[in-house]
Design a protein. Sequence first.
Length: 270
Amino acid sequence: MPEGHTVRRLAERHRELFAGAPVAVTSPQGRFAEGAARISGAVLLDTEAYGKHLLHHYGDVSLHVHLGLYGKFADGDLPVPPPVGQIRLRMANTRHWLDLRGPTACELLDPPEVDALRARLGADPLRPDAKPEQAYERIRRSDQALAALLLDQSVVAGTGLIFVLEALFRAGLAPTTPGRRLTPDGWRELWADLVDLMGKAVVSGRIDTVRPEHEPQAMRRPPRVDRHGGEVYVYRRPGLPCLACGTEVSRGELAGRNSYWCATCQKGAA
Ligand SMILES: [Zn+2]
């Protein structure tokens, strides 16, 4: 599933390509025909990313998209290509087109529904209006594992497994550390690191989490080969030596998800 930086990049791209002018919207597949008809011809005012949710604002109504596991956008310059496959939403202006396939959510929301969506999401490290202190109120009262809390989109929004496991490695905290063990200073550092890592990923389009001394050139090692790209410490590196200490990276399951950590570098499990 795309993490928050991908959704942020999409929001910025869609704003650049479409905001400020009327768009023609259709649903070649038909499943969004009614919604498409309602916004077609309207001016796209602005776009917004909140966690893993993407919004296109049209004034009195907003398009809400959650890509989920299989959703994908494609775009290009005119002419619009013939529709191939299940295109839920197709959008075009006088210069560009955009296709959306396979999203978990593609729906219209009125302003109170948009407010309700924002209200149920936690602090997004990529948003200047984020309230990390509210997230900490949830974390410090919880016996749940830190990894599970940081993946809970009502606590922190936009973080996925890669950012969470990597930030915990960088903080030296085991993924199973109970939330109540995280000190205020520990949270301040963890939050600042998420803001930094995710902000860089928005710029580069990939997730890199290793410090300069652990980069391939510095360690004279080959770069990582993985479809997720990026240089990381523990994510999907089970059995490989920890880049910092050489211990084999561990793998386990946590809240139904895979979890990876270094048993030497990361402490704090109950
Ligand atoms: Zn280690």
